[in-house]
Design a protein around this ligand. Structure first.
Ligand code: GLU
Length: 470
């Protein structure tokens, strides 16, 4: 049997990390079993669904690299099919028209609440054979007796007595299908074998199983994933910081770091923390998903991000850095602008940067002339006489045959020797002259990345600047 899993988000906001984790687990399960992974957009709530949210889902999935095997489907394109199934359930006596008014149901609810009973539909129209009208909804006839046991792959067996469930509405007065109906029809038609979703849906599962039973089709397996909490124990939300996948991108996280973080959120494989995608696929198993809620830990994510910046393949980090540089208005395109070797830039910067945003910000001067020298560093590095040092360096750099790290390093070293100065007394004015501040990668890497032209121009600028100070 081919494993078929799906991610079925409702496009009513950004792609939340909780959703991304559900998507990741479904994707991993499909990949592990050489199965199929489906993306299904559950957009039947016309008031809350938006085009931007659909796009945010596509963008988030693409950025994370969670590819799907079929064209994404939209539930709003499938209304005739839902209607047909509602018709079938009516015909086979598994559903009925109900004309109880909102007011009537509200009164019933209040009475039940007052009697400390669970509010539920009382089945008034169940056997009344009501004809269809523009005031009728369709309700599913939930079996009166028996129980449903969900053999949940994460949480174990969960049994719910049918008498706890009322007759749920499957079509509204305008004929539009409700959530539980559309999910059942799609899961059935798409031959989904494993429904992997958040445990906020656990209450829906027995209802969905009853509908599937009424349709006389085999049941999928279910795996309900525990929710994600913020550090204060409340459900993870905006007030805990970034929660949208694209916000993590904007804040300079690498997709691999976020995936690695998310896979460990409720799942473990011994005490291994770092997983390549191939390892995640190899080791992932629903059995090892913890049934209890998991707490989101930003610091650990940041640690992982630094890990991937430090140890990732530089060429794979390049597109992310290029994207962030473009966000800073540097408008560079790695394929066109070859003036800076971005692979080398990543290698030079990664040690001191925890996010790609930090890396981009620390790299601006490689692309754009800085406006002013950072005051403190300039004060320290530019003193009377440092123009002589810089002039000496400039002349030597101008004559270099090959603009290479080793040769650049030798120039700095020889200058210090010739002028009988400590290395710092040469390197620091040089650094401030070319970077505008006292912080940069090693001076030979910095110069090598900057190139001859920018280096010489900036040295000239610094020399004039120092001379005006005198
Ligand atoms: N559309 C539902 C949601 O976004 C998920 C439904 C499901 O996975 O069955 O919460």
């Amino acid at each position: 049997m081919t494993v078929i899993t799906r991610f079925a988000p409702s496009p009513t906001g950004y792609l939340h990390v909780g959703g991304a984790r559900t998507a990741l687990f479904s994707w991993l399960y499909a990949r592990k079993h050489a199965g199929t992974f489906i993306l299904r957009i559950e957009d039947t709530d016309l008031e809350r669904s938006t085009e931007e949210s659909v796009q945010a889902i596509f963008d988030g999935m693409e950025w994370l690299g969670l590819n799907y095997d079929t064209e994404p489907t939209f539930q709003t394109h499938n209304f005739p099919r839902y209607k047909a199934i509602i018709g079938q359930l009516l015909e086979t006596g598994h559903a009925y028209y109900c004309d109880c008014s909102k007011e009537e149901l509200e009164i019933l609810r209040e009475q039940q609440m007052a009697a400390k009973e669970k509010p539920r539909y009382n089945g008034k129209c169940r056997d009344a054979n009501k004809p269809q009208s523009d005031k009728t909804v369709v309700r599913f006839k939930t079996p009166m007796d028996g129980a449903i046991t969900i053999a949940d792959l994460v949480k174990g067996d969960i049994t719910v007595a049918n008498k706890e469930l009322d007759d749920l509405v499957i079509a509204r007065t305008d004929g539009s299908p409700t959530y539980n109906l559309t999910v059942v029809v799609d899961d059935m038609d798409m031959n989904v074998t494993h429904v992997i979703r958040g445990d906020d849906h656990i209450n829906n599962t027995p209802r969905q199983i009853n509908i599937l039973n009424a349709l006389n089709v085999p049941l999928p397996e279910y795996a309900h994933l525990p929710m994600i909490l913020g550090s204060d124990g409340a459900r993870l939300s905006k007030r805990h910081g970034a929660v949208s996948v694209m916000q993590f991108r904007d804040e300079g996280y690498l997709p691999q770091a976020l995936l690695n973080y998310l896979v460990r959120l409720g799942w473990s494989h011994g005490d291994q923390e770092i997983f390549s995608i191939a390892e995640m696929i190899e080791f992932f198993d629903l059995k090892n998903v913890n049934g209890a809620a998991a707490t989101f830990n930003m610091e650990k994510l940041l640690w992982l991000n630094h890990h991937y910046l430090m140890h990732g393949e530089p060429a794979e980090i390049v597109p992310h850095l290029v994207w962030h540089l473009a966000q800073l208005g540097l408008g560079i395109d790695a394929n066109r602008d070859k003036s800076v070797d971005v692979v080398e830039l990543v290698k030079a910067q990664r040690e001191r940067c925890k996010t790609v945003v930090e890396m981009a910000n620390a790299s601006i001067y490689f692309y754009r002339e800085f406006e002013n020298y950072e005051e403190k560093s300039a004060k320290k590095a530019f003193s009377a006489g440092s123009d002589t040092v810089l002039t000496h360096l400039k002349n030597a750099f101008a004559q270099l045959e090959h603009w290479e790290k080793e040769a650049l390093h030798d120039v700095v070293k020889n200058t210090a020797e010739t002028l009988e100065l400590g290395l710092g007394k040469v390197a620091q004015p040089l650094r401030v002259a070319v970077c505008g501040s006292g912080v940069s990668p090693s001076i030979d890497s910095t110069l090598s990345l900057l190139g001859r032209e920018k280096t010489l121009a900036r040295l000239e600028r610094a020399i004039s600047h120092i001379q005006t100070l005198a």
